[in-house]
Design a binder for this molecule. Structure first.
Ligand SMILES: [Zn+2]
Length: 387
């Protein structure tokens, strides 16, 4: 079965009529073959097209044994002439991305001689692997040069050279193929073997953004966006920056410095608060009068302050001093023994009574209980009354 590929004759064909040659039910939907199609099957890193055939949804398009398979959600009668309509926004975005990738790969090849050895267009952007390292500064220069190629609006052409002519061309992605080689030329920028439809002029790519890069083996992996997806990304980042700018009353170009100052302020406050809390814990311990046992609650204390309080008040207790800290159900505790005491037995009993866990040495235990302040107070009252 052979399909006439209308997208090779016109990469901007959005609607067409064609006859249904075959229709079979597959696992993922109905598989429909036509005598001609403008739907591009997945290939060369570009996703298969979506759209409709006589109103029936085309969920995906793929290459099957030299023919184009349309995966649909309903069957169509064999022999019928159907009207195909592409999801043009999706296809155009894919062409913007793919042509944008050719521009970047062409510029990288011309400047560094590195080959594109991996290419994927996904939800996180366009991923391109090069077989040599490019620094972030150099990628910034490539990004500028790629956008200049857009402004200069170079023509994009498709060439089908005869096998004997192939030697005359110097193109990227040199495959071992000698027949049916399709070359995509971006005039003055790139010549590359590729099976996908592309924009007609580089101006249609609109915008190229190189988002980030990571060193990978002996090369580099870059993440980029082109066209409307690049613009959408810039708008999202811009609106985030606008919000930060208004929240911090900083000019949009100075938000990073404003966030840095805010973090420095926060660190200074946190340092001063820590000192204050530790002094408060020590004071509480010092103010404590000798008693059979000590029992303290603080939602604000952390482990460090609870330990200071237990260590300061503990020696003044006949049995032990317990500090419960943090809020909610998972209340944490530190228990310090009075002079010469052992709190392990008590801790075990308390854990059993208050759904707790934890342990430690004779002089000090720590852990947590699932109990309210009142339940804890009641338990201590019972325990020390019975004794
Ligand atoms: Zn390509």
């Amino acid at each position: 079965m052979e399909t006439r590929r209308l997208y090779y004759e016109d990469s901007h064909l959005k609607e067409f009529d064609a006859a249904v040659l075959s229709c079979q039910e597959g696992r993922d939907g109905w598989h429909i073959y036509l005598d001609a199609t403008a739907f591009f099957p997945e290939g060369g890193g570009q996703a298969g097209d979506r759209g409709t055939l006589d109103g029936v949804q085309v969920l995906d398009t793929r290459e099957v044994g030299g023919a184009v398979c349309h995966v649909t959600d309903s069957p169509l009668p064999v022999g019928k002439t159907v009207h195909g309509v592409l999801d043009w926004a999706f296809r155009f975005e894919n062409m913007q991305g793919h042509s944008g990738e050719h521009i970047v790969s062409g510029l990288v090849f011309r400047r560094f001689g590195y080959a594109n050895v991996g290419f994927h267009m996904g939800a996180e952007g366009i991923i391109v692997d090069f077989d040599g390292f490019i620094s972030p500064e150099e990628l910034g220069e490539i990004e500028l040069a790629a956008n200049a190629v857009i402004w200069e609006n170079h023509p994009v052409r498709t060439l089908f050279p005869e096998p004997r002519e192939l030697g005359n061309y110097s193109y990227r992605s040199k495959l071992d193929l000698t027949e049916n080689v399709r070359l995509v030329e971006i005039e003055g920028v790139d010549l590359c073997a590729c099976c996908a439809p592309h924009v007609k002029e580089t101006g249609q790519v609109g915008l190229i953004r190189i988002l980030d890069s990571i060193r990978r083996k002996d090369g580099v992996r870059i993440r980029m966006l082109a066209g409307s997806r690049a613009l959408a990304h810039c708008l999202t980042e811009s609106s985030q920056n606008s919000r930060i700018s208004s929240l911090l009353s900083a000019k949009p170009g100075e938000t990073a410095d404003a966030v840095k100052r805010l973090m420095e302020d926060r660190d200074a406050i946190s340092y001063r608060l820590g000192g204050f809390m530790r002094r408060e814990a020590k004071r509480m311990g010092e103010d404590f009068s000798p008693a059979p046992f000590g029992l303290f609650f603080s939602e604000d204390f952390s482990d460090a302050e609870a330990r200071i309080l237990a260590n300061t008040a503990g020696p003044k207790c006949e049995a032990l001093c317990a500090v419960f800290f943090g809020g909610g159900d998972g209340r944490r505790y530190i228990i310090a023994a009075g002079p010469g005491g052992d709190v392990r037995g008590f801790t075990k009993d308390m854990n059993a009574a208050l759904s707790g866990r934890g342990g430690g040495s004779a002089a000090m235990t720590n852990g947590s209980v699932k109990a309210s302040e009142q339940e804890i107070r009641d338990y201590f009252g019972r325990y020390f009354h019975e004794d």
